[in-house]
Design a protein around this ligand. Structure first.
Ligand SMILES: NC(=O)c1ccc[n+]([C@@H]2O[C@H](COP(=O)([O-])OP(=O)(O)OC[C@H]3O[C@@H](n4cnc5c(N)ncnc54)[C@H](OP(=O)(O)O)[C@@H]3O)[C@@H](O)[C@H]2O)c1
Length: 395
């Protein structure tokens, strides 16, 4: 962390808001409580009155409500939803979306924070229509929140647990119709893990899909201690975690990564030994060769030129050139549980885009930003449900 904070250009990426559990609540209004506890910058553009009013009206409109502890599960919720494929404008904010029912192997999560991934907008654009779930869609894969209801077969989680995960086991093959950009989302227990205690909900929400992709890709490539790695797009959501996992979890001997000039310091702070400025150098023309190339940008043909004989090229997007292979991430809570000690020790860190978090009513703006392909680390939406935070603060 010290190393990360020592670089002035990237400090804002790594601000650690105080965790809910360490906060001592102030007396005054709910608005002041929120403002004082979580970092002020997180709330700088946030309209407290609007969000609280919307939350309350959604709860009041509920026709069937189930009491769980001190909170109430309404039958309807606010959510972002689209009923046709297209650009960001197909996204509509609704306050009367049905709260998903919970299957026996699922829990209902009250969403505190959610994160965006490129797959969210590619799906919304209709690129995966053939295998997508039916419209209308509540988008969102990544969630961090609290369990408010458990299915009959759920063994390891209970009401009140703070959890995080990627809610759709297969990202492209029948992803959930009712995603995480909503007040509640129903998730199989096996896709979730307990939130690392040192991470706040923003940090936790930023991780699941990206870190599971990073880990699965390295594992599939047979990456192991002493090997060298080149990460194409080291500053993005996935690449920033690939660098860290390669160094901290897999024991890489050398990690190189590409980004534009302003992000080179970030690459170094994450553990890259070599930071290549793609605006000034063509990595495929440099003399170095690598055991594994992790292509998180779609440069498969060039990637194949810099891999050593017998090595592997992980391709997340775009064309595949031998010896490259492409895979689509499978969500599993066990990967998160496995990586929790690295997150709790601070060896692996969440990288949050400095424009984040975007409050729930600015999800369209968050998508427009992500779709510029310039985001650094992860774009997070927070707060989604404030009631849980307020309940914790009041205790
Ligand atoms: N197959 C799977 O299972 C899977 C899973 C996750 C993601 N993906 C795909 O993998 C890709 C990366 O995902 P992500 O979430 O990491 O994306 P992201 O966070 O949106 O990536 C944004 C980053 O891309 C960088 N970038 C843009 N052009 C670049 C270039 N020519 N060379 C190097 N970096 C460049 C930008 O840095 P600069 O501003 O410095 O250019 C920016 O920081 C997406 O296409 C996504 O759909 C696939």
């Amino acid at each position: 962390m010290e190393a990360l904070l020592s670089s002035t250009s990237i400090t804002s990426l790594h601000l650690q808001p105080p965790s809910v559990s360490t906060f001592i609540p102030p007396k005054p209004t709910l608005k002041t409580k929120l403002k004082n506890t979580y970092n002020k910058h997180l709330y700088s553009n946030y309209n407290y009155n609007t969000s609280l009013r919307i939350s309350c009206s959604a709860s009041k409109s509920a026709t069937e409500a189930t009491a769980i502890g001190s909170s109430t599960i309404p039958s309807e919720m606010k959510a972002w939803v689209y009923d046709e494929y297209g650009g960001v404008d197909v996204l509509k904010y609704a306050t009367d979306v049905t709260v998903p029912s919970v299957a026996d192997d699922q829990v209902l999560v009250k969403v505190v924070a959610a994160a965006l991934n490129p797959v969210d907008f590619k799906r919304r654009l209709g690129k995966f229509q053939a295998t997508d779930s039916a419209l209308p869609t509540v988008p969102g894969y990544d969630v961090a929140g609290v369990v408010v209801k458990v299915g009959k077969q759920v063994k390891g989680l209970k009401v009140g647990d703070e959890v995080y995960g990627d809610i759709s086991e297969k990202a492209l093959d029948g992803p959930k119709q009712s995603g995480s950009l909503a007040e509640y989302t129903a998730v199989e227990e096996k896709l979730l893990a307990l939130k690392p205690k040192n991470l706040d909900f923003i940090q936790a929400a930023s991780l699941p899909l990206a870190i599971e992709t990073a880990y699965e890709g390295l594992e599939r490539a047979g990456f192991s201690e002493g090997k060298s790695l080149l990460v194409l797009n080291g500053a993005g959501g996935v690449g920033s975690l690939v660098i860290q996992l390669a160094k901290q979890v897999f024991g890489a001997s050398k990690v190189a990564a590409t980004s534009s000039t302003p992000k080179l310091e970030l690459l170094k702070s994450l553990g890259a030994d070599v930071a290549i400025d793609y605006t000034k150098e063509n990595f495929e023309e440099l003399p170095d060769k690598y055991d594994v190339v992790y292509d998180a940008i779609g440069q498969g043909e060039k990637a194949a030129k810099v891999v050593k004989e017998g090595g592997s090229v992980v391709v997340l997007t775009g064309a595949v050139t031998p010896p490259g292979f492409r895979f689509v991430v499978t969500s599993t809570g066990s990967t998160l549980t496995k990586l929790n000690p690295y997150l709790e020790s601070g060896k692996v860190k969440a990288v949050i885009d400095p424009n984040s978090p975007f409050p729930f009513d600015r999800v369209k703006e968050a998508f427009s930003y992500l779709e510029t392909n310039r985001a650094t680390g992860k774009v997070v939406v927070y707060p989604v449900s404030e009631e849980y935070i307020l309940e914790k603060l009041a205790k």
